[in-house]
Design a protein around this ligand. Structure first.
Ligand code: PLP
Length: 214
């Protein structure tokens, strides 16, 4: 367990989301006892099981691709959904948030990597989703920023360029749609292998798994 990473982010402007997928409740508790409260999961079923077992003040983040029919399970409690990758999923989250009687914070996930396998929107799809969002009268969902994964590569300049692109998207959207909205402030980028580059490029939220739990 890499406790120094938890310590290095406490008191920093960058939020550390400890990615706890595949890790046991005991492993999660070690980090919890160091003061870590933000944990990220990528499967709804696993998230639900852990939530039952673990302290109630944990802030759970959904970071993986989310199916429409699973949204209802997490809507009552999820702290932040990082992976809104379609207008359709946005609409489903909106409906489920209304049913749950709460406002759900979400990030729009962009596709910036070379790999086809990664989920996410392009700039136009993000704008379409934001248009729908701005038309919604009830504030059942709040878009608080954007998220993406860089290409898995040893080519640091490529990773830096991709994170730079995401930062640029954030700045453009902020200027055009969220100018006076302080709630639009998160850029979720950076994982074990590339979080240092991400922070240098303006990340406000890193999602670190393997490096933390090794
Ligand atoms: C697994 C995962 C991470 C963490 O990856 P590590 O390389 O283990 O740090 C971050 N973001 C997403 C979306 C993930 O699925």
């Amino acid at each position: 367990m890499n406790k120094d990473i938890v310590k290095s982010f406490s008191g920093s402007n960058v939020t550390l989301v400890a990615v706890s997928k595949t890790r046991s409740a005991e492993e999660i508790l070690v980090l919890y006892n160091l003061g870590q409260r933000d944990f990220g999961e990528n499967r709804v079923q696993e998230l639900m099981a852990k939530k039952e077992e673990l302290p109630k003040d944990i802030r759970w983040h959904m970071i993986g691709h989310l199916q429409n029919n699973k949204v209802k399970y997490i809507a009552p409690f999820i702290h932040l959904i990082h992976s809104v990758d379609s207008l359709d999923l946005y609409q489903t989250i909106y409906k489920e948030a209304q049913k749950a009687g709460r406002t759900i914070d979400v990030l729009l996930q962009f596709h910036i990597a070379e790999e086809e396998t990664k989920f996410g929107m392009d700039y136009k799809e993000a704008e379409e989703t934001i248009s729908a969002y701005l038309e919604n009268k009830e504030k059942a969902v709040r878009i608080t920023g954007i998220m993406a994964m860089a290409t898995l590569t040893g080519d640091e300049s490529r990773i830096r360029k991709e994170f730079g692109t995401l930062k640029q998207y954030f700045d453009q959207l902020k200027e055009k749609y969220f100018k006076d909205k302080t709630s639009f402030r998160e850029i979720s980028m950076g994982m074990s292998s590339d979080y240092k580059i991400a922070v240098e490029e303006g990340s406000t939220m890193v999602r670190i798994g393997s490096l933390l739990f090794q």
